[in-house]
Write a protein that binds this ligand. Sequence first.
Ligand code: EPU
Length: 343
Amino acid sequence: MKIRENVPIAELTTMRLGGAARYVIEIEEDKDLAEAYRFAKEKDLPTYILGGGSNVIGRDGGFNGVIFVNKLHGIYVIDSDKDSIRLCAKSGELLDDLVEYSVKLWNGEFYGWCGIEALSKIPGTVGAAPVQNVGAYGQEIAQTLHSVCVYDNKDNCFKHMMADELDLGYRHSIFNTGDGVGRYFITSVTLELHKNWLKPPFYTSLQAYFDEHKITEFNPQVIRDGVAAVRAGKLPDPAEFASAGSFFKNVYLDEEETKKAEAKGIPVWDGGKVPSGWLIENAGLKGKEFYGMRVSDKAALVLINESAKNYADLAKARQAVIDAVYEKYGYKLEQEPMELGDK
Ligand code: EPU
């Protein structure tokens, strides 16, 4: 177990902001967890788990606590029959590596098991996927999640939890709400994949890509390639541009609000979703820079850290976007990534 001291959160997160964390421990095996939590308890310090750091924003005051960086690796087939397969992945694997593995795996008739191919190229680790129920292009992890193994830092033991115990919703689970925050370290995730290919019509932007490229035959690899191409054309690669993916959540309306929005010409998708990217773009902010943060000119929902000096700059930029959208449309945008540390 490797322990480092005074490590800037900026070095551990893709938005590249934030002061120092007092301790950082790399978790390489499940058995490190009991010791790592004991270390934190002895020092009376809080803990925080980081995977790829692609959905977490560090604050300027740093974190007077212990960050656990997830280095648990391995992907295993644990069960399969004619129609389905259970894949178990350790939580420190990259989600995209698991997708790659699943679309290349022989299923008895053809290559590729289905269920997570549309989650291709999402940055971050497997363990982060259930925390915020990651979703993209018509799939979310909740649809294929079978169960998770966790270390419960309250009861000091490992537990197996079924997907229906996790209260999975839009960017939501027991892991990012209420008493569940900080309580569990997800050590592995088991998915149940199947043979049913996704069929057209696909999610709007994906369908548009297939139409444009005259692609009419689909399998999990084709979907993966399509999603990768759409994302590359739109979402800035966090390795190249400092960002945290979608910076704001989409807005969800009830039936009455939906009628009012549609009367004003605001697009409302199935289930009452107003794309925040549309609101930001139509408030005239696409490509604009505030306090060193740029509203991406490809996807207005993404804020890119070009030269922001600190979290305080980001906070001012965030407020500028929220205010502009509120003034024009009356919706209050909410931040999507989590935050870590003291302001
Ligand atoms: N739009 C604009 N301008 C923009 C961006 C989007 O007008 O600059 C409008 C368009 O009408 C577009 C619609 O918004 O058709 C929806 O955009 P898109 O399909 O790109 O999806 P999104 O709602 O912006 C969500 C997720 C993404 C996920 C995509 C694809 C959230 C907060 N974001 O974005 O997730 O990849 O759908 O399924 O739900 C993330 O969470 O970090 C993330 C990237």
